[in-house]
Design a protein. Structure first.
Length: 363
């Protein structure tokens, strides 16, 4: 029989949890976790609504980590980060209780008035009315969290727990799942480093970094260099490529060096992303990156094509209709399925043709 995952079930009241939290005993920022800020205020408030009505919630998964020098234990939050952050936000008056707290079959006629009075209030506001609502304050602090302690030293096995839990529960994005699975891989570490490149500052603002959309997009660009071709960006394609290259250090290092050359060429094209914000749409960013990558492969200087690229996009964005020639080809390929390999190639070929560069027969 295979070795079983060692775990232990217990419980903590919110009072005990918050005491530990104030002592710094929880580590929320672990590599395989989602970023903070994923839940909306409404979703956080709804959780507090559920707690005050003593509804159950799924278990919180924690991994005890003992510092062998000090003997102190901290707990990695493997799953339940968004819920725990919502609880802390309520305690620290960053979010209110739901405005519809009293609109529930749970509330009987005898409690309807008091429930209506605390609806929409912060925790501090409710505490000021403690003499009127002691039961709600007590209910909150004594609410019992189900805790699962995971006694596993290997990071990749703990990450696999996060992956399994979230494939079956509140859906994570494809990239958040990859982050859980490949968090310790050379590939993902490299991509996370590339996302921080100064060139991308303000250009990726349309993407939700809290859902790792920026990391997914840079992954797509990096795979252009790794695979030496324009690619589809369906979840399966990206999953397969992450699996293929996760720890291929030689290929990743080669691609990273070439990627940096592509960024240098992009800078030399001197496109005005600040004035024309539409150029920061990922449809166009992917195209201009692929264009710069083509210049690197063909050893064509950026300076020789910079004016033509600027002219192309200036004309493209100045029109709302009556596109002709390569502008029409580009427009047609930007209207639907913009992340497919076919449409990406069509946009790239239109821009290359406009600038007098051969298409390489579909490469």
């Amino acid at each position: 029989m295979a070795k079983l995952f060692e775990r232990k079930s217990t419980s903590l009241t919110l009072s005990e949890f918050y005491d530990n939290y104030q002592l710094g005993k929880y580590r929320f920022e672990v590599s395989y976790q989602r970023k903070s800020g994923v839940w909306s205020e409404d979703k956080k408030s709804f959780l507090i609504d559920s707690i005050l009505k003593n509804y159950p919630m799924p278990a919180i998964f924690l991994r005890p980590c003992v510092n062998t020098d000090t003997g102190k234990t901290v707990y990695d939050v493997v799953d339940g980060k968004q819920r725990l952050e919502a609880i802390v936000d309520f305690i620290e008056n960053k979010i209110p209780l739901t405005s519809y707290f009293a609109e529930d079959d749970f509330i009987d006629e005898a409690n309807l008035k008091t429930a209506s009075e605390i609806a929409g209030l912060t925790f501090e506001e409710i505490k000021r009315l403690n003499s009127d609502f002691p039961d709600y304050i007590k209910q909150f602090w004594t609410y019992s969290l189900n805790i699962e302690y995971l006694y596993e030293q290997k990071e990749e096995l703990v990450a696999s727990v996060f992956d399994r839990l979230n494939r079956n529960g509140e859906p994570l994005t494809s990239q958040e799942l990859r982050n859980a699975k490949y968090n310790d891989s050379i590939l993902l570490k490299t991509i996370k480093k590339l996302v921080k490149d100064a060139f991308w500052k303000d250009k990726l603002s349309r993407l939700k970094s809290v859902r790792m959309e920026d990391i997914e997009f840079i992954s797509e660009l990096f795979f252009v260099v790794l695979e030496n071709k324009v690619l589809d960006s369906s979840p399966k394609v990206l999953d397969d490529l992450y699996g293929k290259y996760q720890d291929d250090e030689e290929s990743i290092k080669r691609a990273e060096n070439e990627y940096k050359k592509v960024i240098e060429v992009l800078q030399k094209l001197n496109l005005d992303f600040n004035t024309n914000k539409r150029l920061c749409w990922t449809t166009h960013l992917y195209t201009v990156f692929s264009f710069a990558w083509t210049l690197v492969r063909k050893n064509i200087s950026a300076e020789s094509k910079a004016n033509l690229v600027k002219e192309f996009y200036a004309e493209y964005f100045s029109k709302s209709s009556n596109y002709e020639g390569m502008l029409k080809e580009y427009k047609d390929a930007s209207s639907s399925r913009t992340r497919s390999e076919t449409q990406r190639k069509k946009r790239l070929f239109a821009l290359l043709s406009y600038c007098g560069i051969d298409n390489d027969n579909g490469k």
